[in-house]
Design a protein. Structure first.
Length: 135
């Protein structure tokens, strides 16, 4: 097992046959093409952590890697648009400039009372800050 957390940053070409836990404001950047999560599983245990795959588009990530990802031990869940947070989503998959695919866990709506306007605005600002920090 590999743990990346507590503000750690890891840069690698790919993972092979690893079980990875990502949390605590940790960031993993994979720059390899092809299959950078080769026979590997990754579990987000924090909404403050991120995975960047430089040679994958968000659509390619969904097709090739979504089933390898879990969030707090639960299967990754995205709606029709992986770049928008929809009801039931626990993962956001987007891009920011030349970053390729940027993947982040998102809080469950019930846990932050996102039904309120304040909650939605706060989440929007949080996502904007995360995207700006990863440029």
């Amino acid at each position: 097992p590999l743990w990346v957390q507590e503000d750690a940053q890891l840069l690698a070409q790919y993972f092979s046959k690893l079980q990875v836990t990502l949390g605590g404001n940790g960031q993993i950047t994979l720059y390899g093409g092809g299959n950078p999560l080769n026979n590997s599983l990754l579990d987000f245990i924090s909404i403050d952590s991120s995975l960047i795959m430089l040679n994958e588009t968000p659509d390619a990530f969904v097709t090739e890697h979504l089933l390898k990802i879990s969030v707090f031990g639960q299967a990754a869940s995205i709606g029709n648009d992986p770049g928008l947070i929809e009801p039931g989503d626990n993962l956001l998959i987007t891009t920011s400039g030349d970053l390729g695919a940027l993947i982040m866990a998102v809080p469950e709506p019930g846990s932050l009372a996102l039904a309120s306007l304040g909650g939605l605005l706060g989440l929007s600002l949080w996502i904007r800050r995360r995207l700006a920090a990863n440029r």
